[in-house]
Design a protein around this ligand. Structure first.
Ligand code: SF4
Length: 339
């Protein structure tokens, strides 16, 4: 009896290209850190909110989703931060895009199809490629993949780099194949993440220290300084709303697909499958240490690699979670692998 093909995603192949060892940790040994990146949490919230918005355009429902996904916000500071940001972002988004110039054909659309050897046209017996796109929309009779992105800054550099988003290009190819819809391009729906923080206020000690400093500088020996109180939720929402009134906090960019790029990516994907099979056969997944700090922070497997896979490190800092979570839950905000 032959084993069924392994379900792979483009995230896995992109990671394999960057560091084979990271693929071993995640996809073969199924390890993830106990402490997950909080960006993933925020990305999940926004994707769920956007999906609901584009389905029914009911802002109350969308805000209720954000509240539900941050149910511990009174106790958990990270959840409170995510809730504030998601609430302000979605309120402003609903106002900005009260009307859209596209028709939604599908949302959160999954696909699964063979990876094909471009030289022979034969399907791989070892792997299928699975993925999920945020949406498919129709604009003036043509179909586009809708791709949501959140970003710290949306400027020329950011937009310039969108063409390197190969994942969505190859997903477009697979959507064409599995749904029989010709895809003209990608509509990037970019939402800027405001960097504002809710004011914490001053402790009595901090206030006294500041007051003493001001008195020392004062020519009259007096000061009208008052203790700074924590910013209320309403005040912070107001400040966020002012920030999101800036039209530059949202951006939509349309990119047309290049058919040549499909061919290059399909060939590359096939090459990666062959390299993976060879690594597995030999039991050797090389570490690419040049990649450990690629995103200005350590790779999530840094502790594992540094300790050479010490079982105590695994026991205390990692858990086993089946791969391809993005196919089950909503996807994260980033195309960056493993970090
Ligand atoms: S820590 Fe470095 S070598 Fe280890 S998996 Fe991550 S990128 Fe690869």
């Amino acid at each position: 009896m032959t084993a069924s093909p392994m379900v792979s995603t483009y995230s896995m192949w992109a990671l394999f290209r960057n560091c084979r060892k990271a693929v071993d940790w995640r996809y073969l040994q199924q390890l993830v850190p106990l402490q997950r990146d909080r960006n993933l949490h925020f990305g999940s919230i926004i994707h769920e909110c956007l999906q609901a918005w584009h389905q029914r355009r009911d802002l109350d429902e969308v805000l209720a989703i954000a509240s539900h996904l941050c149910a511990n916000r009174l106790q958990d500071e990270n959840q409170r931060r995510d809730w504030h940001l998601a609430t302000a972002m979605m309120r402003a988004y609903a106002a900005r895009y009260a009307m859209d110039d596209f028709e939604v054909i599908a949302l959160e659309k999954n696909f699964e199809a063979p990876i094909v050897n471009p030289a022979t046209g034969a399907a791989s017996r070892s792997f299928v490629l699975a993925g999920k796109v945020d949406g498919i929309v129709r604009i003036g009779g043509e179909h586009f993949i809708l791709e949501h992105k959140t970003a710290g800054q949306v400027d020329g550099d950011y937009l310039e780099k969108l063409w390197t988003d190969f994942q969505i290009t190859i997903y477009a190819h697979y959507i064409e194949q599995t749904m029989g819809i010709p895809i003209t391009g990608i509509l990037y729906n970019v939402l800027m993440k405001a960097k504002l923080q809710q004011g914490k206020g001053e402790t009595e000690e901090q206030f006294q220290a500041r007051r003493t400093e001001l008195l020392a500088k004062s020519k009259t020996g007096k000061t009208t300084a008052k203790r700074k109180l924590p910013e209320s939720d309403e005040e912070f929402q107001q400040r966020l709303a002012e920030k999101y009134a800036d039209p530059e906090t949202f951006h939509r960019e349309m990119l047309y697909l290049s058919r040549d790029r499909f061919d290059v990516l399909r060939a590359e994907l096939w090459e990666l499958t062959q390299a993976f099979l060879e690594a597995k056969r030999r039991g050797i997944f090389y570490q690419n240490t040049a990649f450990c700090f690629n995103y200005q922070r350590p790779c999530q497997y840094f502790a594992l690699c540094r300790s050479n896979g010490n079982p105590n490190v695994i026991e205390n800092f990692y858990q086993r979670v089946p791969p391809n979570e993005e196919l089950r839950a909503v996807p994260n905000e980033s195309t960056e692998p493993a970090f």
